[in-house]
Design a protein around this ligand. Structure first.
Ligand SMILES: *[C@@H]1O[C@H](CO)[C@@H](O)[C@H](O)[C@H]1NC(C)=O
Ligand SMILES: *[C@@H]1O[C@H](CO)[C@@H](O)[C@H](O)[C@H]1NC(C)=O
Ligand SMILES: *[C@@H]1O[C@H](CO)[C@@H](O)[C@H](O)[C@H]1NC(C)=O
Ligand SMILES: *[C@@H]1O[C@H](CO)[C@@H](O)[C@H](O)[C@H]1NC(C)=O
Length: 774
């Protein structure tokens, strides 16, 4: 099957990448021809002006209805796949739906987004796992805005599509998952805020009365998808066994926020099954939840070839036609792949699906293209029509890429205040490690071609004289080359060792077996630490957490930084932190577990909650109580910080109607849906003091521990706020806590309830008891 080869993939090497792109090119004959694609080109063909669907004074509903009624069944079926067919008699060009923009405009996908001499590259931001570590919601949106500006600019010169299948907002449930780097981490609230912020930045519907889009985003992969390839388990056939409680407590919230708060234009259903049903063929999950409950205004797309997977891999249906019918009836509008184009006619002929369902699906797809202005004629005359090559890779955009990396970088250890180094006193710096001069490793997967790279070595060399030895041939580091490395460390004033992973270790279709530093990296680090004359700074470039217990306890290793995959300007940002022109404020968006954790826990066990009966330890900071290497939310700065709770209530009560059942009987918790639970909020005032001299940013994390009932999380993030604080000064931070939304938990049936009784609020080490009563 041709399209199987085009399955949504990431590539582990440039070689493979080129091979795939050439394959895609050959298989689909899709060439980037530099022609901007749009329908209703009245300038070229004045007759089109007479069509209602081209008339911009009419509503989209009317225009879509007119268009759909003008198409033959065959033409409609041709618009169910990502390579939508041309309808030349109506002046509609073919359209490639599949473009990607996970952290910058990408050339992955077959939606004809590509680079050329005209626009040779686009700004490549850090991988989302590092951006999430900034805990800065304005940053999430600012990045989205830049990416959509560059995407529109590329569209205007025929180098890009308008529909982007980003962001990836699955919960990073297990540290081994190869795609965890694409996500905002393990916490549902952080993932929700990331989803909403990034989507709003991409779509930029500035005018609230209009639902026009700058570009269309897509939240993926719905739902409970977070396993690619582990032992003999494959994502295409994996059945995620998920409790209703975990589903609505952990896996669904980012998607709900994305649709309800972010107004996303699209949701992508995942390959896996959930409790025996493939998500792309589950009417409850698609029609029922996404459209019914959350009211998606947009289209539902399948992960690439997942309609085919229903039949071929999962044997969920007995014929291809049945796979086509089941997915359309479940609420799927667009197939990434060619299965719907090929088998929908047969499905109709066999009476498995009716034409009305096809009309609904294509209407959703066309409505979205209308909101993007695709049917409004020449894009040059529309909003964003002025964007072009000079709006891509601007100094400002590249500076934001550097700023994003700086804001995300996490300082994990800093004994004896060894960092920041002083560029005036360091006369020689040893720079060692397989990622010390990283280029493409820094931009991870679903990347494009960056404007340029600043490698860590280049970033550091710009500030002080350096000596560089890689120490390993590659990140796998089968044989550490210790002698050269220890030699330069022994004579340098300080040593920076940059190790970690790459797409060869963790990637799509590549989950890890162990979470230690790859190969002989640990040996290299330990030997270099022994030999070093000056302080040793360990820098870990990775998406997933690493068990670096050995380095945490090694006194020669004074400082540890985690830098995610920091994007095109990553090296400059690393140097900014090491030499103190930026005071680090990033916090881990994931728990860093010890290796023993993955030895004990099968990746396939979806349960978030611990099970004392079996010794299963549970997952994420919300449920796991075992030993960690570094906890979720951890991160230091160069400044001392003192937090104080200035004002918070000790008692809040929820007014109930006279005849409410909980007035006469003892209720442990209240159902959320009820009327009385609207807009009950209170403020918490905090004071944060920077006790150091340096200006700093500080991330305030507010958690709560609910009363012990309904297997509730031991601790859960309620809100977060990042603030600037000048040296030796204070900042005020206020959280508005909505009792019913923020202090609720999900019960065993998947319903949100507010537990009554004593809640505990936490800020750092501070605790504040709050009683919630009726
Ligand atoms: C993208 O551009 C490169 C170089 O310009 C070209 O070789 C490749 O075929 C293009 N890919 C697609 C999908 O058009
Ligand atoms: C577009 O629709 C408006 C409103 O119905 C109508 O007045 C106008 O004549 C239409 N334009 C064309 C070119 O048909
Ligand atoms: C570091 O990487 C850059 C970019 O690939 C390359 O130009 C440079 O030669 C490398 N430096 C060393 C010392 O290998
Ligand atoms: C959050 O990010 C935005 C965008 O980069 C930036 O302007 C703002 O200063 C950041 N906030 C803090 C407290 O660092």
């Amino acid at each position: 099957m041709a399209s199987t080869k085009n399955r949504e993939y990431s590539v582990s090497s440039i070689f493979l990448c080129l091979t795939c792109l050439i394959l895609i090119g050959l298989l689909t004959c899709e060439k980037v021809d530099g022609q901007v694609k749009f329908a209703c080109d009245v300038g070229k063909n004045p007759a089109l002006g007479g069509y209602k669907f081209c008339n911009t004074s009419l509503s989209w509903e009317d225009r879509v209805a007119d268009l759909v009624s003008s198409l033959t069944l065959q033409e409609k079926i041709g618009n169910l796949g990502d390579l939508a067919v041309e309808v030349s008699r109506l002046g509609i060009p073919k359209y490639g739906w599949w473009s990607e923009a996970l952290h910058g405009v990408s050339n992955v996908g077959r939606g004809a987004t590509n680079f050329s001499d005209l626009i040779p590259g686009a700004t490549s931001f850090p991988m989302p796992i590092l951006t999430a570590a900034s805990f800065n919601t304005s940053l999430f949106q600012a990045i989205g805005r830049v990416v959509s500006t560059e995407a529109r600019a590329m569209y205007n010169v025929g180098l890009a599509g308008l529909t982007y299948w980003s962001p990836n907002i699955n919960i990073f449930r297990d540290p081994r998952w190869g795609r965890g780097q694409e996500t905002p981490g393990e916490d549902p609230l952080l993932a929700s805020k990331y989803a909403t912020g990034y989507v709003k930045g991409l779509q930029q519907t500035d005018d609230p009365r209009s639902d026009k889009l700058k570009v269309a985003a897509c939240c993926k992969h719905y739902t409970a998808y977070d396993l690619d390839s582990w032992k003999d388990v494959d994502r295409l056939t994996f059945n995620a066994v998920v409790t209703e409680q975990d589903l609505y407590d952990t896996f669904q919230p980012p998607f709900k926020s994305c649709v309800v708060d972010g107004n996303v234009a699209s949701v992508m259903c995942s390959y896996n099954q959930i409790n025996g049903k493939p998500s792309c063929a589950d009417p409850d999950l698609l029609k029922g939840v996404i459209r019914g409950k959350w009211k998606l205004n947009g289209y539902i797309v399948s992960d690439c070839d997942s309609v085919e997977v229903l039949y071929k891999n999962q044997h969920y249906t007995s014929t291809p036609e049945e796979a086509a019918a089941k997915s359309i009836l479940a609420g799927l509008d667009l197939d990434c792949g060619s299965y719907l184009s090929e088998y929908t006619q047969g499905a109709i002929d066999n009476g498995l699906v009716d034409e009305a369902s096809i009309n609904t699906a294509v209407s959703n797809n066309f409505a979205l293209l209308m909101r993007l202005g695709f049917f409004d004629g020449d894009p040059a005359k529309q909003p964003y029509g002025n964007l072009g090559p000079t709006d891509v890779c601007t100094t400002e955009h590249q500076e934001l890429a550097r700023e994003a990396a700086r804001q995300g970088i996490v300082l994990l250890k800093n004994n004896e205040e060894s960092l920041p180094l002083d560029s005036q006193t360091i006369k020689s710096l040893a720079v060692i490690g397989p990622n010390a001069n990283a280029t493409s490793v820094m931009i991870g997967n679903y990347a494009g071609i960056p404007c340029k790279y600043t490698t860590p070595l280049e970033g550091l060399t710009a500030l002080v004289p350096t000596n560089y030895v890689p120490g390993c041939a590659d990140v796998q580091c089968a044989n550490a080359e210790i002698d050269e490395a220890t030699k330069i460390a022994a004579s340098a004033d300080a040593t920076v060792i940059i190790v970690g992973a790459s797409l060869d270790i963790e990637a799509e279709s590549r989950d890890r077996d162990n979470i230690l530093l790859p190969g002989q990296q640990q040996l290299l680090v330990t030997e270099v630490a022994i030999a070093s004359k000056g302080p040793v700074i360990l820098v870990i470039m990775s998406g997933g957490g690493m068990d670096v217990s050995f380095a945490k306890t090694n006194d020669k290793i004074k400082s540890i930084l985690w830098v995610g995959y920091p994007g095109e300007a990553g090296g400059a940002a690393i140097a900014d932190v090491i030499f103190g022109s930026h005071n680090p404020s990033g916090r881990l968006p994931i728990t860093w577990y010890p290796q023993s954790y993955v030895n004990k826990v099968p990746m396939t066990t979806m349960n978030m909650r611990a099970d004392p009966a079996t010794g299963y330890p549970g997952r994420s900071y919300r449920f796991y109580t075992g030993e960690v290497v570094y906890p979720f939310g951890y991160g230091m700065s160069f400044s001392g910080v003192k937090q104080k709770i200035v004002k918070a209530p000790q008692l809040v009560s929820i007014p109930l109607a006279e005849n409410h059942v909980c007035r006469s009987s003892q209720c442990k918790s209240l159902e959320l849906a009820e009327e009385h639970c609207q807009n009950l909020a209170f403020d918490i005032h905090l004071e944060v003091k920077n006790t150091g001299e340096m200006n700093s940013k500080h991330t305030v994390l507010l958690f709560f521990s609910p009363p012990n009932m309904h297997n509730a999380p031991q601790k859960q993030l309620v809100g977060f706020e990042k603030v600037h604080i000048a040296g030796k000064s204070k900042a005020q931070v206020r959280f508005n806590v909505d009792i019913c939304k923020d202090l609720s938990v999900v019960d065993e049936l998947g319903n949100r309830v507010v537990p009554l009784g004593q809640h505990l609020l936490h800020v750092g080490d501070l605790k504040h008891a709050l009683s919630v009563s009726i």
